[in-house]
Design a protein. Structure first.
Length: 403
């Protein structure tokens, strides 16, 4: 059986973590990382032990080596997904295996992967940050909130068929393209999106195969989900204008987030643009018939007190749960990469607490809000490092709003 760590009392919310690795040195490194934290950590050299522990314990995070003697990582994490849908699934290996792990990420088998060595790739801070995000997600409360109104979302057929293809270890891009082509509306919108200013390039993409090759499997999966979002969450007639406005805001933020990422997260511009598109997906839940009346009543109250924005400022006060938490939990359950979950969960946090893609999206969102409301809105953008091109980003935000 796996060994459990001791955790001190007090402090932030405790998470339950499973770590499986056949290499004693790696297990010792994990023990050093989690020693002294409140987290309850089970260590094991065998996936079989972890499966046995899960009979009575539900994890918040499961970390496993890509190479497990006698076990395939894909099979192990697929089983974890079925038994513990609320858990973050993390795989790791050497940098030479990054391509294999990226494939597991792209098809939703894991939420995150990292490469050894530890220090070079900032593994410690990555895992601690993910656990902090997971601690803010009240997954059970979100599930109960949706289930109470029979609003557990069902993914559209095109997304489900894509999932089937992607979980075949021998799938090809041609198979993925064939599935997407079965939905002409999604195909047309995907081509329109890949040729938009959210994904700037010096040439046009005229066919789906080239679009999939340009974007990559991971981005295609995320963008198809974005394009299907309004089908998943059919807005009430009274809230339809609000749903359209959120889609427009998401697209504008996507355009600017890619630009910001050139400085804040270089090399990850496409990923930032995609994360921005999905950051407000939780708002679409609040526009459905089950919640629309409550949303409109809260909006009227905000407008009575002169709240800026034309949307509910404190949705948690109105619904008992925030749109950020709704959206991030849904994306976790839908097996999106954890950076997408993290961005959705955290984009309203202070900029000083963010980095990489989430910070790029948060900066873009704030620049657009400032451009929209001017001096009436105060943000924390002024606290950014003075070396960052904030003036240029603000100028771009005004141009995007005026375009």
């Amino acid at each position: 059986m796996g060994k459990k760590s001791n955790a001190p009392a007090g402090g932030p919310r405790r998470s339950t973590i499973f770590v499986v690795d056949h290499a004693p040195d790696n297990l010792d490194r994990f023990k050093a990382l989690f020693r002294g934290t409140r987290h309850l950590v089970y260590y094991s050299m065998s996936p079989d032990d972890i499966k046995e522990i899960m009979v009575g314990v539900s994890p918040d995070m499961v970390i496993g080596n890509f190479y497990m003697p006698g076990h395939a990582a894909a099979d192990f994490f697929t089983q974890i997904k079925k038994q513990a849908p609320h858990a973050i699934r993390v795989v790791f290996a050497e940098e030479s295996d990054a391509g294999l792990m990226m494939r597991l990420l792209a098809c939703g088998t894991v939420h995150r992967f990292f490469c050894l060595p530890w220090k070079k790739n900032n593994v410690d801070s990555l895992l601690i940050r993910d656990l902090a995000t997971r601690a803010r997600l009240r997954t059970r409360k979100v599930w109960d909130f949706l289930e109470a109104e029979s609003r557990i979302p069902v993914l559209p057929d095109v997304v489900l068929r894509m999932e089937e293809v992607l979980h075949d270890p021998d799938f090809s891009l041609d198979q993925l393209v064939a599935v997407i082509k079965q939905d002409p509306v999604v195909t047309a919108k995907l081509l329109q999106l890949v040729n938009s200013s959210a994904f700037p390039k010096d040439y046009a993409i005229g066919d789906l195969s080239r679009a999939v090759t340009y974007l990559g499997i991971r981005q295609v999966r995320e963008l198809v989900l974005f394009l299907c979002a309004r089908e998943i969450f059919s807005a009430s007639k009274q809230c339809s204008d609000a749903a359209v406005q959120v889609a427009k805001q998401s697209f504008r933020c996507s355009k600017l987030a890619g630009l910001v990422a050139k400085t804040v997260a270089p090399g990850l511009e496409k990923e930032a643009a995609t994360a921005a598109l999905l950051q407000d997906i939780g708002k679409l839940v609040l526009f459905t018939p089950a919640f629309c009346d409550t949303y409109l009543a809260a909006l009227a109250k905000d407008q009575q007190y002169g709240v800026l924005g034309g949307e509910v400022e404190d949705d948690e006060a109105a619904f008992g749960i925030s749109h950020s938490e709704l959206g991030s939990c849904l994306l976790l359950w839908w097996d999106m990469p954890f950076v997408i979950v993290e961005t959705t969960a955290n984009h309203t946090l202070p900029l000083a607490q963010l980095q990489g893609i989430p910070k790029s999206v948060a900066i873009a969102y704030r620049c657009l809000q400032e451009a929209r409301f001017g001096d009436r809105l105060v943000t924390d953008l002024a606290e950014l490092d003075s070396n960052l091109p904030l003036a240029a980003w603000r100028k771009s935000a005004k141009a995007i709003l005026g375009g």
